[in-house]
Design a protein around this ligand. Structure first.
Ligand code: KG4
Ligand code: ZN
Length: 351
């Protein structure tokens, strides 16, 4: 149940996510947790095009956002006047899509006379495991694996982030999506490829693990996609179902092993004992199993958001926004979004 209303009440924040192809809205209350959350996925809208069409994404966010806002207030059983702030994703992402959530969020905060906060999408992902119980304590190592990012981040406190490793080309999710396309799988490719890999047999194909023989914590996944392409061409078309599944298995194995190896290296370098996994690829079952095993071997602990909070959602934005508002940060009145916005650029922003 929501906490007491009135002066000195606990902070309640409305969060809005619209950076890509999901409209996510949530209400978060400090100390209590999530009061309500709602999501509309545009997967069916973009599926015929094989990928996200930015203009269609923006228009659909416009259609969905206010009904979703109404729905979370109804579910939480509170009125607009019961919130103390509005958080919205301000980047990185598709500019038109971001502008929808940012305009609604900033304007609503202005109309209600409460502060607004512009949230970095990847900080939302990074802190999402804190929505779960038990929540990881700071400091921890975060593996951010989404459609646009593959990063290893040392997280010492809210806003104290050191990017230790990054991808030099494709992100892990992007590699899943592109490889899925090569195998003739429908958009969104990552989950489809993971499902196909479940039917795959180990050992028939083996792809080189990218960059594991070099020191450092950076990633590169575009070569893996090329290896898959070469294999598909060598086998000739049409590929039978078992061959596609075996390739999917070997691809997933190469990605998972690479991510695990770099996590182990980062843990050794930093001496950190807690690992947090976030972003859409964090929903991958094999990755979860392998990272759990790694942390069990090391005597450490691994933390994941529940699968629905691995992919884009409003809860992570409401939550990260609440922490930032509690730290005294405020967005200016101007509605600003950023298509590109390095995570390393956000520290403790002064109000
Ligand atoms: O975090 P997210 O929802 O959006 C971005 O911020 O990019 O991540 C989406 C990415 C997509 O590339 C999708 O294919 C991938 O996460 N993904 C998966 C799985 N579920 C989603 N990749 C592998 N296995 C999955 N189960
Ligand atoms: Zn995301």
């Amino acid at each position: 149940m929501p906490g007491p209303v009135g002066r000195g009440r606990v902070m309640r924040v409305l969060g809005i996510e619209s950076s890509c192809d999901e409209t996510g809205v949530a209400l978060f209350e400090a100390g209590t947790g999530l009061l309500a959350h709602a999501l509309h996925s545009q997967v069916a809208l973009h599926a015929p095009y094989g990928g996200v069409v930015p203009e269609l994404a923006s228009r659909d966010h416009i259609r969905r956002i206010l009904p979703l806002v109404r729905r979370v207030f109804e579910e939480a059983g509170i009125g607009l006047a019961a919130i103390d702030g509005v958080a919205y994703t301000a980047g990185p992402g598709l500019v038109g899509a971001l502008l929808v959530g940012a305009s609604v969020g900033r304007s609503l905060a202005y109309a209600l006379g409460v502060p607004a906060i512009a949230v970095h999408h990847m900080e939302g992902h990074l802190l999402a495991p804190l929505l779960e119980s038990p929540a990881p304590a700071f400091p921890f190592l975060a593996l951010l694996v989404s459609g646009g990012h593959t990063q290893l981040v040392e997280v010492r406190a809210l806003g104290d982030y050191r990017v230790l490793g990054d991808t030099l080309d494709d992100a892990a999710g992007e590699a899943f999506d592109k490889t899925a396309k090569l195998l003739g799988l429908p958009y969104p490719g990552g989950p489809a490829l993971a499902a196909l890999a479940e039917q795959g047999r180990p050992g028939r194909f083996r792809f080189t693990r990218p960059m594991v023989d070099r020191p450092g914590l950076d990633f590169s996944f575009s070569g893996l996609k090329t290896q898959v392409l070469t294999t598909v061409r060598a086998l000739g078309t049409p590929l039978d179902d078992q061959a596609r599944a075996d390739i999917a298995y070997a691809f997933e194995e190469a990605v998972v092993e690479t991510l695990v190896l770099k996590c182990r290296r980062a843990l050794e370098q930093t001496g950190l004992e807690r690992l947090v996994v976030a972003g859409g690829v964090g929903a991958n079952r094999r990755l979860r199993a392998a990272l759990s095993e790694l942390m069990a071997q090391r005597g450490g602990a691994v933390f994941y958001p529940r699968p629905e909070f691995c992919t884009d959602n409003g809860a992570m934005i409401a939550h990260a926004g609440c922490l930032r508002l509690q730290a005294g940060e405020r967005a200016p009145l101007a509605i600003e979004v950023h298509a590109r916005w390095p995570l390393a650029a956000i520290g403790h922003r002064t109000p």
